[in-house]
Write a protein that binds this ligand. Structure first.
Ligand SMILES: [Zn+2]
Length: 361
């Protein structure tokens, strides 16, 4: 490791993907220097299809949490519905790949659902209490589990887009689940990197990373009974953050109820820390997990990757697939740790309250 990192750029490799990144901090800006997106007015609006009272504007729900009342009626706390503008659909016939000369193709079979996380139009995971976040995570678990059991589904992705720079135009808080009859190449590459590392060392790359991060501490943000949140060594983007379970599981859907409660707290703390440092930042998060039928893999561990969208990919990134990160992950972690410590001071007054809101349904 070079001694004077702050004065030079550095190439770093992520062993979980095999990707190199350029950490070029002399181009760096303080978090205040990143451009801030215009905040949208976010009170409940007549035009929002996800607001209560507008249930008829979405396809019928596949999952919901409400104390009483009928499906697709009001008074819900969370709804999951098929995406009206789905990228794949179960109405497309499942068929094998066709080959037409150099142009392989298949029909757009799959499932695409939206998790409407709250009836409150202006709610956000950064301001939800652990009980509300737990409800969202339970919905992920229920729907991802159900879709993975459907015929022909090989892989599913759970992800969240927040803000226009993260690719969403609907401000009402929501996540998405896409299930596909194939395993995308980026996912396969990640699995192959994990297999290579395991083959060479006999250990999971993820276990080695969380142990090393936990011991060193310089990129650590939050540690709990079951999770570590940290800035990865080879962060692709400024303030990229991972949440990795300390107990090995290849598939997110195999998480147990204690871990799910803990994850609600850790995800909330991590997002709130990012918000303290970055303001109302645009971000994507992705839950990386194994394809269907590969749940017993010892080499891959499911994890959450939070990707703040503070900078835009330009020619170099598009031409090489190699990111230039202008923020040293160690600097980002120090700021996020300070924010998490500050929030924990405030949280400790609410511990009893949070614990009572967090009991499993
Ligand atoms: Zn709304």
């Amino acid at each position: 490791m070079p001694q004077k990192r702050e004065s030079m750029s550095e190439l770093r490799r992520d062993i979980t993907t095999g990707e190199w990144v350029i950490i070029a901090t002399e181009r760096g800006r303080r978090p205040e220097g990143f451009s801030k997106p215009e905040l949208r007015e976010s009170s409940p609006r007549a035009g929002c299809p996800f607001c209560p009272g507008h249930e008829s504007q979405t396809p019928g729900e596949t999952y919901a949490v409400r104390s009483e009342g009928d499906a697709d009626g009001p008074d819900w706390l969370l709804r999951v519905v098929p995406n009206k503008f789905a990228v794949v659909s179960p109405e497309s016939p499942f068929d094998q790949k066709h080959v037409a000369g150099p142009f392989p193709w298949a029909s757009g079979f799959g499932y695409h659902e939206v998790v409407i996380e709250s009836p409150r139009h202006d709610a956000d995971l950064t301001s939800m209490d652990p009980g509300e976040i737990h409800r969202v995570l339970e919905a992920y678990l229920a729907r991802a589990g159900a879709l993975r059991r459907r015929p022909h589904v090989r892989f599913n992705l759970i992800f969240r887009n927040h803000g226009e720079q993260a690719g969403t135009s609907l401000p009402h808080p929501h996540s998405q689940i896409v299930a596909l009859p194939l395993v995308p190449s980026g996912v396969r590459d990640r699995l192959e990197s994990a297999a290579r590392y395991f083959g060479a060392t006999g250990r999971s790359a993820y276990a080695d990373i969380f142990k090393a991060e936990s011991n060193a501490g310089e990129r650590m943000i939050v540690e709990s009974n079951h999770f570590v949140a940290f800035e990865p060594f080879a962060s692709r983007l400024p303030f990229e953050t991972w949440i990795v379970p300390t107990r090995h599981r290849a598939a997110f859907v195999d998480i147990d109820s204690d871990e799910l409660l803990d994850l609600a707290r850790v995800l909330g703390q991590t997002l709130r820390s990012l918000r303290v440092v970055l303001g109302d930042f645009n971000y994507n998060y992705v839950i990386h997990s194994v394809p269907c039928g590969e749940e017993r893999r010892a080499d891959f561990c499911w994890h959450i990757q939070i990707l703040p969208r503070l900078t835009n990919a330009a020619g170099f990134e598009l031409g090489t697939g190699m990111e230039i990160n202008i923020t040293l992950p160690e600097d980002a972690a120090a700021r996020l740790r300070a924010a998490a410590d500050h929030l924990r001071g405030g949280d400790s007054r609410n511990t009893a309250n949070e614990a009572s809101q967090c009991s499993p349904a």
